[in-house]
Design a protein around this ligand. Structure first.
Ligand SMILES: Nc1ncnc2c1ncn2[C@@H]1O[C@H](COP(=O)(O)OP(=O)(O)OP(=O)(O)O)[C@@H](O)[C@H]1O
Length: 247
C-alpha cells in the first residue's frame, strides 16, 4: 500500500483560518489517529484529503499525493460515525452498494466476495436482513464490510465507533484493526484510549488556526490490550492535556 502525503493543507471559512499549511504523512499499513477538541477542524481535514466539496465561503487548498504517484481522491474509502446504510436495501445489497452506484455488473465473484466479507465481520446469517433488524454494532460491522468491499488503499474514518456502547466499541476496534491492517488509515476520534489502542501514531490537532502536535507512538502491536501500562499512562497524560485545553 502507498503512503499518503498531505502538504500545505489550508482551510478558511469566510476568511477565518481553520488551519494553515498543515503537513502530515500517513504511512502505509499503519493507523494514524487524530485527536482534537470539537470544532478544531478534524473533519474538515478529512474532507480536504478526500477531495470533497466545501460549502460557500470556504477556501481550501493543499497537495494530497500518494507515494505511488497515482491520483488519491478516487482511491479513498470513508467510514463515518453514522453507518449510512440504506434502509430499503438488505445487508448484502448495502455491502455491494458501491458497485451498484457505479453501475458495475455484480458478477458472481463480487457477490461471493461480499458474502466472504460478511463472514469476516460475523454477519453471514444476516445477509438478507434489513438494517432496521440489526443492532448499532451490527450495522457498523456492515459498514466495515462495505468499506472493505470498496478495497481502497486509503481509509478515512471519522469517529467510526462513537455511536456504540463501550464493549461493542472494543470489539469493533479489534475487528477493524485486524481487517484494515494493510491499509493507509487516518482515524479521527474523541476517545484517547481508542487512538492509543489502534494507532501507530497519535496526533493532536489544536489551536486556532489549528496545528498538529508531535505524534505519540504507543508501544506494542495494535489492538493494544487495556492492561498495557504504557497505554494507560499515556491515556491519563492525553486526558489531562485535553482538560487543560478545554479551560
Ligand atoms: N460550512 C461552514 N461554514 C462556516 N464554518 C464552518 C462550516 N463548516 C465547518 N465550519 C467551522 O469550521 C470549524 C471546523 O469544523 P470541523 O467540522 O472540521 O471540526 P471538528 O474538529 O471535526 O469538530 P467535531 O469534533 O465537533 O466534529 C468549526 O469551527 C466549524 O464551526
Amino acid at each position: 500500500m502507498p503512503n499518503l502525503h498531505i502538504k500545505n493543507a489550508s482551510l478558511s471559512y469566510s476568511n477565518k483560518p481553520i488551519f494553515t499549511n498543515l503537513c502530515l504523512t500517513l504511512p502505509a499499513n499503519q493507523w494514524t489517529c487524530l485527536l482534537g477538541a470539537s470544532g478544531v477542524g478534524k473533519s474538515s481535514l478529512l474532507r480536504l484529503i478526500a477531495g470533497l466539496a466545501f460549502g460557500h465561503g470556504a477556501q481550501a487548498n493543499g497537495d494530497i499525493t500518494s507515494s505511488d504517484s497515482l491520483p488519491v481522491h478516487h482511491r479513498v474509502a470513508w467510514m463515518a460515525q453514522q453507518d449510512l446504510l440504506l434502509p430499503w436495501l438488505s445487508v448484502i445489497d448495502n455491502v455491494t452498494l458501491g458497485c451498484r452506484l457505479r453501475k458495475e455488473p455484480l458478477s458472481k465473484d463480487k457477490i461471493e466476495q461480499a458474502h466472504h466479507l460478511l463472514r469476516s465481520v460475523g454477519l453471514q446469517q444476516q445477509a438478507s436482513s434489513y438494517p432496521r433488524e440489526l443492532s448499532g454494532g451490527q450495522r457498523q460491522r456492515v459498514a466495515l464490510a462495505r468499506t472493505l468491499m470498496e478495497d481502497r488503499p486509503f481509509v478515512l474514518m471519522d469517529e467510526p465507533f462513537a455511536a456504540v456502547d463501550a464493549l461493542t466499541r472494543l470489539k469493533l476496534q479489534d475487528l477493524a484493526s485486524e481487517l484494515l491492517a494493510d491499509r493507509t488509515i487516518l482515524m479521527i476520534t474523541h476517545d484517547p484510549l481508542e487512538a492509543l489502542r489502534l494507532g501507530h501514531s497519535v496526533y493532536h490537532l489544536q489551536g486556532s488556526p489549528a496545528t498538529l502536535t508531535e505524534p505519540l507512538y504507543p508501544q506494542g502491536s495494535a489492538p493494544r490490550s487495556l492492561d498495557n501500562e504504557q497505554l494507560m499512562a499515556l491515556h491519563g497524560h492525553i486526558l489531562e492535556k485535553l482538560r487543560q485545553e478545554d479551560v
